[in-house]
Design a protein around this ligand. Structure first.
Ligand SMILES: CC(C)(COP(=O)(O)OP(=O)(O)OC[C@H]1O[C@@H](n2cnc3c(N)ncnc32)[C@H](O)[C@@H]1OP(=O)(O)O)[C@@H](O)C(=O)NCCC(=O)NCCS
Length: 187
């Protein structure tokens, strides 16, 4: 296993070309996809032909330091989903997005907060990151709670992307949270 980081209960590792089925299964749960696509699954061929190759290309581009990382429970090894710590495709390397998508079986255990906290430590102390941002739909309270627990602050409201206008709650738009290294150090 190509380990990226470990927390008290989780191991985050780099994905491999053999991981398509894990991603397909994760995105097949309407509850997981509720605030991402309105509940629709991601087509298996999109995962195999586009998403997974992009994830692997990201490791090449950023030397394995940034990108999307598979998360497993340390105890038992179950795949629980993924975390993202990644710059915009052509953006500065010191401004990175934080994100998470977990299997329903793993919700409500504090895993998203635990993994994200460790990613902030890594970003600010090991990767030279200056600012971490995260975006979600306004109505995705679970996701917003994590951002707030991390000490991130609401920086902006954002319009709903055209392809998400059919999703429940899209009329309330989206939110962007940010935290700078300085703010994180002062916590
Ligand atoms: C959002 C998600 C990552 C939360 O993961 P999680 O591991 O259950 O989150 P945590 O247990 O760390 O919870 C963080 C806080 O949010 C709260 N919370 C979690 N889900 C919630 C919900 N649906 N509504 C309100 N609060 C919620 C928790 O109670 C916790 O607060 P607390 O510690 O004060 O009780 C998970 O539900 C998920 O993957 N959802 C589908 C994908 C998704 O929407 N990703 C975000 C897209 S931007």
């Amino acid at each position: 296993m190509d380990i990226y980081l470990q927390t008290e209960r989780l191991t985050l590792r780099r994905f491999t070309a053999d991981d398509a089925d894990l991603l397909i299964e994760l995105d097949s749960d309407p509850a997981v996809m509720r605030y991402l696509t309105g509940g629709s699954p991601t087509a298996p061929e999109i995962v195999r032909e586009r998403q997974l190759p992009n994830i692997l290309a990201g490791y090449e581009k950023w030397g394995g330091d940034l990108g999307l990382f598979a998360a497993h429970e340390k105890e038992g090894g179950a795949f629980i989903g993924w975390f993202i710590l990644r710059p915009e495709p052509d953006g500065p390397l010191d401004e990175v997005e934080l994100g998470y998508r977990l299997r329903q079986a793993a919700w409500g255990k504090g895993y998203a907060t635990e993994g994200s906290r460790a990613l902030l430590v890594k970003a600010f102390t090991g990767l030279g990151v200056r600012m971490v941002w995260a975006e979600t739909m306004s109505v995705n309270l679970g996701s917003r709670n994590i951002m707030e627990k991390l000490g991130m602050t609401l920086a902006d409201t954002i319009p709903t992307p055209p392809d998400m206008e059919m999703i429940e709650g899209s009329e309330f738009g989206g939110v962007r949270y940010e935290i700078t290294k300085q703010q994180w150090e002062q916590q």
